[in-house]
Design a protein around this ligand. Sequence first.
Ligand code: PLP
Length: 408
Amino acid sequence: MTQTTPMRPTLDVLQALDARDPLAHKRAEFLLPLGVIYLDGNSLGALPAAVPARLDHVARREWGEALIRSWTADAAQGRDWMALPDRVAAKLARLIGARPHEVAVGDSTSVNLFKALSAALAVAEPTRRVILTDADNFPTDLYVAQGLNALLGGRYELRPVAAADLSADLGTDVAAVMLTQVDYRTGERLDLAAVTAQARAVGAVTLWDLAHSAGAFEVDLNGAGADFAVGCGYKYLNGGPGAPAFLFAAERHHAAPVALSGWMGHADPFEMAREYAPAAGARRFVVGTPTVLSLSALDTALDVFADVDLGALRAKSLLLTGTFMALLDGVPDLTLVTPADHERRGSQVSYRHPQAREAMRRLVDRGVIGDFRTPDILRFGFTPLYLSHQDVYHAAQAVQDIVRELRA
Ligand SMILES: *Cc1c(COP(=O)(O)O)cnc(C)c1O
């Protein structure tokens, strides 16, 4: 990507960029409070404008009136709760470079990590004993791996290494490589294709966490030859608080054992058979009854992406984050921890600040919502679908003001 970042751009320049922003029309598809610049869509995506009406329809018509009849297909009524996970999976597949039957939607990211890591270890070379992961991985990823390993009798060594040392540790003793593509604290982005290729070269199975990738930029899982992946529905995908998460399993792994073999992943749930027989494709990773209300919200939220060119999304994301960094360059007390190199960052920018918690409290009071991450990180997420270049300018102004206030 040969996007260039303007040197400390002026408001005029940013207004001009807004005027020719190919994604500018997407902002009207979200309901955002007045007076707020929302830089936390990487933690909880904003509310898509069409979601409340969908939820109202599902509650009053599909649940309230049609009642249990809504589980089964009625094309005329446009309802079919049983197929909802598959419909949502098909919309998601395009964003992550997967085919629809390789994606299962439901449960939380944590639970999907358990399912995907179980499957990854089951298809890995049986003599291998190492699960390689990033020492700074998101806590739940590490906890799930610890819990699964305990369940497996401690058979594996969970080896956390610094992201920079991954290649050095990627040997033929590695069963699975479990990584989060974009670091939740620093915003550093790993080269998914390159790391996947390295892992494949030594025969290790890959499991990617796309929590801060899906919906932020294009991911090409099949293009990279990735084995498994999971991701979050409530961050850049805007599915709402606690939205269902997703699991990707490459087609070649569809015969892998299913650790959480529930009836909704059965080939024919209502046959009520005594023996588990997996459904075709990734649907086997769906466990229990689909969470219809939250799946419906996610289903409608994903429609926002239908006409979005993912290349344009990434280009705007880099312009927004690059502009923010340029505007805050050299501000005292702020230490940039996000890579300035375009290829090496996701859609967030983070700084260390000696009074980060207080600084963020004051920013939020001023209507610039980002978040604080321990111990001293100010984290700002940039969602290209609903942020303008001018928003970035005003947010950077507020950050400078607060930093100056705290020095006084
Ligand atoms: C947000 C996030 C999760 C969230 O997991 P939940 O089960 O939805 O709570 C998992 N992994 C990473 C890397 C995250 O950023």
